[in-house]
Design a protein. Sequence first.
Length: 284
Amino acid sequence: MVNDHLKQEIYFMSFRLATFLSVAILLLILVYVFKEGVGVIDMKFLTSMWSHRDITSGGIFPAIMGTVFLALGVSIISIPTGICTAIYLNEYAKDTLLTRIIKLAVRNLAGVPSVVYGLFGLSLFVVFLKLGTSLFAASLTLGCMTLPWIITTSEEALKAVPVSFREGSYALGATKWQTIKAVVLPHSLGGILTGSILGISRAMGETAPIIMVGATFFMGYLPNSPFDKFMALPYHLFILATQHSSPHAREYALGTALVLITLVFILNSGVFAIRYTLRRKKEW
């Protein structure tokens, strides 16, 4: 008994230590980025067009808007498709070998490196479909990349709804779709939203795919259509940190990183607030 208790304490201490180290590393990164990058952030930096020759005289407004447009495009493409796929796989598809293979393939696709999706998007959307290097091609590419995340998390959220809820709805005479729409989806919406936003957040921070399908470092204007090229914060940050010759490139790169982290934090915070509100309304 004593040995079992000691083992339990050792396991708990290991878990606490791992949690502490993870949070500590994250906080160190955030503190470093904030300390080194906050000095360049002002209204001019956030609202001005980029100046390639003298980066101190311009701002990152086109990169911010390009990232926002990209996130909207990915959301429109991947979220409805992912949720509908999850509903079919969990509620309608029978448990056959083919269904299990499809589910396994979806989960494996979630672990494919993003650069592979970039090559896929370049081959299919840019070359084969002749969409060109554009915001539309980038949205389609990142939409394909986020689909496995959204499908998997949405399916798990649907599975978490008790079977008794469905049976009670059927007992009252509701059809399968009426049950899904009025009973299953409202109770799984929090988990679905969380998974969707995690996928979109990942897409907002990707660099390798968008380099191949439409992102550019310098544009003197905002995209006028989905078929224009665009600036994006991750690619902008990458060029400033690795290739730009300006002596101010490092601090501007960290300022760009801080803006990107803030955008993702705002997006996640909004969704978590919605999820918290939905969970409080649940009566199970």
